[in-house]
Design a binder for this molecule. Structure first.
Ligand SMILES: C[S@@+](CC[C@H](N)C(=O)[O-])C[C@H]1O[C@@H](n2cnc3c(N)ncnc32)[C@H](O)[C@@H]1O
Length: 574
C-alpha cells in the first residue's frame, strides 16, 4: 500500500511572468496525444527541495535550445552506435524468439548490421542464430529417433519455400467480401516486381490451371458464410465419466510415443521415475516446439502424474491428423498472400485480411490483435481470426502472427483439490494475452461421436455450424486430446472463466472448418491462478438471457460443478 507524495512546491514569486533564463533542455517525451514535451533546467530558479526542472510544451522563441538538445542526442546516439557495434547481440540461454526482449534484440541486431554495412565492415553476430533457431537449437537429440516432425521448423520451411517456388495464392481480388471465390478466380503469378518473383506470363500455364481448378474445387457448402450461428465458438462435448476408467486409445500411436509409453508403464519403474520420465518427455516436446516450459506439480496428494492413458503423446502446437483428415491441398492453394512491406499494421491494406469478417464501427477491417499482439476481443461469434500465413511476405514477428507462434507463457499442470489436475501460469498474464492453442487428434465428427470414453477431451470445431448451415457431415471435425494433446487438455471448467476460446487459421482457410482453437486471457490473471474455460458457453448464454431458470438442477448427462464461482450454475457438462 502506498500513497503518492504531494507534488513539490513551486514558487515563482511575484514576477512569474518575467523572462526566466533557461540553462538547457534535459529530456523529452511525446504524450498520448502526440504532443512533444521538453524537460527544462532553469538557470536561477529552483524548488525548496533543490530540484530545478519543469516539463514545458512549447518553447517558442527558444528553437536554438531544442536544436542544441537534438544535436546532443544525435551525438550520443552515434557514440552508442559505434560502441554497440562491438557489443555482442547474444540471446540468453532460455530466451525464446517470440519474446518482447527478443524482438528488441532483433531490432538492435538489424541496426548494427546496417551500421556495419554502412561502414563497410564485415561483421557477423553469430549468437543471433540462436535466437532465430531457439527451438531446433535447443533440441535434445539424445534419444530422438527422428520420426517426429519438428514443430518449430514450419515457419522456417515456409520462408525458404517462399523463396524457392513461385508464389501461388489467391489475391484479394479473387476473394469477395463474403469469402466466396469468384468464378474464374484462381492463383496467379505475382504482379509486383520483387526480385524473387517470376514475371507474370500472358496466359495461364498448365500448373496455373491445375491449381485454379483445385482451389475452385473447394465444395461450395464450405464456402458459404454469413449463415453462422450466433453462438460462442466451440463447445465441449457432453459426458460424465470417471478418469479411473479411461479406456486405452484405439489409434495406433507413432513409434516414438509408444516407446515412451512402454517405459512409463513398466512395472519396474517407481512412480517417481515415471513422473520424471513423463516430465522429461514433455520437456523435450515443448523445447522442440520452441515453447515455454510445462511442469507437473502436485502439492495436494501423492499422485505423481496426471492420469493420462498409456502412450499419451504430448504435441504442443499442431493437430495430429487422423488418416481420413489429410491437410487440404485446396485450402493451402487458397491461402491469400499479403504483401505488406514490413510488419502488417493496416488490416485494410493487408490482402490476407480481405476474407476476414472482423470489422470495426466504421466498417473498416481490423486485425484481431493490437500492436502488442494482444487479442482485441473484436471477433464476432462464429468468425475465424485469419492470421498471416506462410505465403505472406511479412516477418514471423508480424503482430498478426500470434496464436501460430510458440507459447511463451510458462505453465504448470497442477493437482487441484477436487477437480483432478488443472493448469496455471507461473507468470502474471494480462487481458488479451494469447496463451496457446488446443491440440489433439483432428478427427471427423462421426468418429468423435463414437469415442464416448473420450468425450471430456473432445472439442467440436462447430463454430460455423448452426440450424441453417449447409455444412456436409464429412466436413465436420472435432479435436480429441485424450491420447494426443498438450497442456490445454487439463483446462478445467469454470462458470466464471478467465480464458476465452476463439477459432483462428493460418495454415488453412476458414471454409475448411479446421481452425485451431486459441485460448486468450479475458482479464489479468495473477501468477499461479488456475486457468479455466467455460465448457458450455451456450448454457451460460441461455442462462444470461434468462431462458434457463432451473439453474441448480443438474440436467441429464451433466455433473455437479465444483468451480466455486459466485455465479456457478451448479452443474457442468463434462
Ligand atoms: C478436460 S478434463 C480437465 C482435466 C481434468 N481435471 C484431469 O485431471 O484430467 C475434464 C474433466 O475435469 C473435471 N472437471 C473439470 N472442471 C470441472 C468442474 N468445474 N467441476 C467438476 N469437475 C470438473 C471433470 O472430471 C471433467 O470430466
Amino acid at each position: 500500500m502506498w500513497e503518492a507524495s504531494p507534488p513539490p512546491e513551486e514558487d515563482w514569486g511575484d514576477d512569474a511572468n518575467r523572462a526566466w533564463p533557461v540553462k538547457r533542455v534535459v529530456d523529452e517525451y511525446v504524450d498520448a496525444f502526440g504532443v512533444k514535451k521538453y524537460e527544462i533546467k532553469w538557470d536561477d530558479w529552483s524548488r525548496p527541495d533543490g530540484t530545478n526542472t519543469t516539463w514545458e510544451e512549447a518553447l517558442i522563441g527558444n528553437e536554438e535550445l531544442i536544436a542544441e538538445w537534438e544535436a546532443r542526442q544525435a551525438g550520443k546516439r552515434s557514440t552508442l552506435a559505434k560502441k554497440s557495434l562491438s557489443l555482442p547481440v547474444a540471446p540468453m540461454p532460455d530466451q525464446l524468439w517470440q519474446e518482447d526482449r527478443t524482438v528488441e534484440l532483433s531490432r538492435a541486431y538489424e541496426e548494427k548490421l546496417r551500421e556495419a554495412r554502412r561502414r563497410n565492415i564485415r561483421k557477423t553476430y553469430e549468437n543471433w542464430d540462436k535466437v532465430k533457431r531457439i527451438g531446433p537449437a535447443a533440441r535434445d537429440t539424445s534419444g530422438d529417433d527422428g520420426d517426429d516432425h519438428d514443430e518449430d521448423e514450419d515457419m522456417d520451411d515456409a520462408v525458404s519455400e517462399r523463396s524457392q517456388r513461385p508464389r501461388r495464392s489467391l489475391t484479394s481480388e479473387d476473394m469477395s467480401r463474403d469469402g466466396r471465390i469468384r468464378p474464374g478466380a484462381g492463383p496467379r503469378p505475382p504482379q509486383t516486381g520483387r526480385p524473387d518473383r517470376t514475371p507474370s506470363p500472358p496466359h495461364a500455364s498448365e500448373s496455373d490451371v491445375a491449381e485454379e481448378l483445385s482451389c475452385n474445387s473447394v465444395p461450395l457448402s464450405r464456402l458459404i458464410r454469413g449463415k453462422r450461428p450466433v453462438t460462442p465458438p466451440a463447445t465441449s462435448r457432453v459426458a460424465s465419466r470417471s478418469l479411473a476408467v479411461i479406456a486405452r486409445p484405439t489409434k495406433v500411436l507413432p513409434k516414438r510415443a509408444a516407446r515412451h509409453s512402454s517405459e512409463l508403464s513398466s512395472p519396474s519403474r517407481s512412480r517417481r521415475d515415471q513422473r520424471k520420465a513423463l516430465q522429461e518427455e514433455w520437456r523435450q516436446a515443448v523445447v522442440r516446439a520452441g515453447a515455454a516450459s510445462v511442469r507437473i506439480v502436485n502439492e495436494v496428494n501423492s499422485d505423481k502424474t496426471p492420469p493420462i492413458p498409456d502412450g499419451f503423446r504430448y504435441i504442443e502446437r499442431q493437430y495430429a491428423r487422423a488418416p481420413d483428415v489429410p491437410q487440404s491441398a485446396e485450402a493451402l492453394n487458397c491461402l491469400v498472400m499479403c504483401e505488406c512491406d514490413d510488419i502488417c499494421t493496416d488490416a485494410g491494406a493487408c490482402q490476407c485480411q480481405d476474407p476476414s469478417d472482423i470489422i470495426n464501427d466504421f466498417e473498416e477491417r481490423e486485425f484481431a490483435y493490437d500492436h502488442e499482439r494482444h487479442f482485441r476481443f473484436n471477433v464476432p461469434p462464429g468468425v475465424d481470426v485469419i492470421e498471416c500465413n506462410k505465403t505472406c511476405t511479412c516477418p514471423r514477428l508480424c503482430p498478426n502472427r500470434v496464436a501460430q507462434l510458440p507459447r511463451d507463457v510458462p505453465l504448470e499442470i497442477f493437482r487441484t483439490a477436487d477437480r483432478g489436475w488443472g493448469v496455471r501460469a507461473t507468470i502474471t498474464v494480462h487481458k488479451g494475452k494469447v496463451i496457446g492453442i488446443y491440440t489433439g487428434e483432428l478427427i471427423r465428427r462421426d468418429e468423435a461421436d463414437l469415442r464416448v470414453d473420450h468425450r471430456s477431451y473432445i472439442f467440436d470445431l462447430d463454430m460455423h455450424e448452426g440450424p441453417e448451415s449447409e455444412i456436409d457431415e464429412s466436413q465436420r471435425f472435432s479435436v480429441d486430446s485424450y491420447a494426443v494433446g498438450n497442456w490445454s487438455r487439463f483446462l478445467n471448467h469454470s462458470c466464471e472463466p478467465n480464458l476465452q476460446v476463439y477459432p483462428v487459421v493460418w495454415d488453412t482457410i476458414p471454409e475448411a472448418n479446421q481452425p485451431y482453437l486459441a485460448f486468450v486471457a479475458t482479464q489479468t490473471i495473477h501468477a499461479r491462478t488456475e486457468l479455466t474455460i467455460d465448457y458450455d458457453p451456450n448454457a451460460t448464454l441461455r442462462r444470461k438471457k434468462g431462458k434457463s431458470r432451473a439453474a441448480a438442477r443438474i440436467p441429464p448427462g451433466a455433473t455437479a460443478c465444483k468451480c466455486g464461482a459466485n455465479v456457478c450454475r451448479g452443474w457442468v457438462r463434462v
